[in-house]
Design a protein around this ligand. Structure first.
Ligand code: HAS
Length: 557
């Protein structure tokens, strides 16, 4: 009898990827507490090692937004693909090389940030200048992901050779779409780093061009957010329906959603640059319209997921218009965390669609509204989903039982409640004129802003900042609960978890109903390339005409 493959090699490497991600969010998350308290006037800076507000904010962004996400995604997707294709990764050695390169890169950037040589925040806008080691480190992380992603395409190609004519399983479709979005996006940041920022930071080029650098960064920066979101969608589409006790409502619709992300994720970056000079309003308008196009697959997702959950609730005996919701398995911490993440994402998605409006953006841009938006999206839709996934993934990787189901449930709910308060505080603060990336306890205008808004409901801006701080404290408690569970699972013997498997869902309307074109990557990647060229060649031409290489740069201490 043929032995069943146990995915041991994939599990080991995935474990190390997510172990690094846990360290990143442990440190980055704790710094978040100090940021939130600072907004309410409780200033811990300078703290040993953390130094200034900006040093800490850089660490917070790089560790949470870039490191936690990228390492968790790299580990989780490897399990999703190998388990759904029922085959080993094509070359596990290649992915170990990728891991080593990424770890080296994070180590280099970590040194630069901790030593105060890279206080440039996670967006590293020039002409703020950091030590070259910081930029080289971050570039190595990207190069590592390219190597890792190549292994996914090789794995799929090997599977395809063995399974001609079979529709690719949805978990793999979703995973490959995620890597395609990432690989297209990172062309922009690689161009920025390799041709502009690294030579300039090494002193090989005297001056730099901030507008060109920003344009290349945001070519990368918006699809980056879908690189954070789509792995959560891998789980929401391909796994949560099974965890709910039901089936995915429609496999063909799910495929279409991921192909639309490949198509529309990239030519939208100008919605981060509405206020930048030197780019015509016409092209900003085109990117605004395309931004609404990229929101469309998420709207479809909302309806497809709801239908899948309703099916599961009714299968479990739920009756009436909403009675099925109560029948869902709310006692399962992995399920609960992910559905709570979806609910928060509905609000985060709305604030994103508002951001995309050219007119409304002028009100909210560069205010605390924007971090409000991205804590609901990457900070919850992705992060809380990844935490929920951890509750089955860690037992699956280690074959150890989860330490405490009760703590895991409490963790999901405290994250949800903390983020509702935090998100409300940040969004409201932004509407009242609070700028983002500002240490309020030290800013000269804070008192005046507090006084001029004091008569508004909930104490105006000061009340909003207190909501932010209280939310931050609750989120920290949630983070502690998460780590108690992770460490407890790793260190305490709570029994074997040999029976834990990847929860892959079946579909009510299966892959056989999907048109063949949804399994033809070339069609979608070629169409995406055309859209990228149409959306960016005229913009880059304008930027090159309107801007100059005339900014010498400032080293921020
Ligand atoms: Fe965004 C800024 C527009 C999505 C992250 N965004 C940011 C920044 C970050 C970020 C990090 O147009 C700041 C960057 C910086 O530092 O400057 N964003 C959008 C739009 C979307 C969007 C239109 N963003 C995301 C996602 C992110 C993310 C996802 C991370 C993961 N964003 C913007 C704009 C800016 C921006 C402007 C620039 C602002 C400025 O001026 O600086 C859309 O993709 C959103 C579509 C989403 C939906 C929601 C669908 C809902 C679902 C859940 C359904 C719930 C269910 C639960 C099923 C339409 C899928 C049912 C429950 C039961 C119990 C039954």
């Amino acid at each position: 009898m043929e032995a069943v493959y146990d995915y041991r090699r994939e599990r080991t490497l995935a474990f190390w990827f997510i172990a690094v991600s846990f360290v990143a969010i442990a440190v980055g998350g704790l710094i978040g507490l100090f940021q939130a308290l600072e907004h309410a006037g409780i200033n811990f800076y300078p703290l040993p090692l953390l130094g200034s507000y900006y040093k800490a904010l850089t660490l917070h962004g790089v560790l949470n937004a870039l490191t936690w996400t990228t390492f968790f995604i790299s580990g989780f997707l490897m399990i999703a693909v190998s388990r759904s294709l029922e085959r080993p990764m094509r070359s596990i050695a290649l992915s170990w090389v990728a891991f080593a390169v990424m770890l080296l890169g994070v180590g280099m950037a970590g040194w630069a940030m901790l030593s105060g040589n890279a206080n440039v925040l996670y967006t590293f806008y020039v002409p703020m200048r950091a030590h070259p080691i910081h930029y080289i480190g971050l570039t190595l992380v990207v190069i590592g992901t390219w190597i890792h992603s190549a292994n996914f395409f090789l794995t799929w190609a090997a599977w395809r050779a063995e399974n001609p004519g079979v529709k690719t399983p949805i978990a793999t479709v979703a995973t490959l779409a995620t890597w395609i979005v990432w690989d297209i996006a990172t062309i922009g940041v690689a161009a920025e780093m390799l041709t502009m920022v690294i030579p300039w930071s090494l002193g090989l080029i005297e001056n730099t061009n901030p507008l060109l650098a920003r344009t290349l960064f945001w070519y990368f920066g918006h699809p980056l957010v879908y690189f954070w979101l789509l792995p959560a969608y891998v789980s929401w589409y391909a796994m949560v329906p099974k965890q709910a006790g039901g089936k995915l409502f429609s496999d063909p619709i799910a495929r279409l959603v991921f192909m639309l992300f490949i198509l529309f994720s990239t030519p939208v970056g100008l919605h981060h640059q509405y206020t930048d000079p030197g780019i015509s309003q016409m092209w900003k308008g085109v990117h605004a319209v395309l931004t609404y196009a990229v929101a469309f697959p998420s709207l479809v997702t909302a309806f497809t997921l709801m239908a899948s959950l309703e099916y599961a609730g009714r299968q479990r005996g739920g009756k009436g218009l909403l009675g099925w919701i109560l029948r869902l398995p709310w006692g399962d911490p992995s399920f609960a965390a992910q559905v709570l993440a979806m609910i928060i994402f509905a609000a985060g998605g709305v604030s994103g669609v508002l951001n995309a409006s050219y007119v409304i953006n002028l009100v909210v841009h560069n205010t605390t509204w924007v971090p409000g938006h991205f804590h609901l999206t990457v900070g919850t839709a992705s992060t809380l989903s990844f935490m929920g996934i951890t509750y089955w993934l860690l037992p699956y990787l280690t074959k150890r039982r989860l330490f405490s189901k009760a703590a895991a449930l409490a963790q999901g709910w405290t994250w949800f409640i903390g983020m509702v308060l935090f998100g409300r505080g940040m969004h409201w603060g932004g509407l009242l004129g609070a700028p983002r990336r500002v240490p309020f306890s030290q800013a000269v205008y804070t008192q005046q802003l507090f006084e001029s808004t004091a008569n508004l409901p909930l104490g105006g801006l000061q009340g909003a900042m207190w909501l932010t701080a209280i939310g931050g404290v609750i989120l920290t408690i949630s983070g502690l609960l998460f780590f108690v569970n992770v460490l407890g699972t790793l260190l305490m013997k709570k029994g074997s978890a040999q029976d834990v498997d990847v929860p892959l869902a079946e579909a009510l309307s299966g892959p056989e109903k999907a048109p063949a074109v949804l399994d033809h990557w070339r069609v979608w990647v070629s169409a995406a390339a055309v859209l990228v060229l149409l959306g960016y060649v005229p913009v880059l031409t304008q930027v090159l005409q309107a801007s100059g290489w005339n900014a010498p740069g400032m080293f921020i201490r």
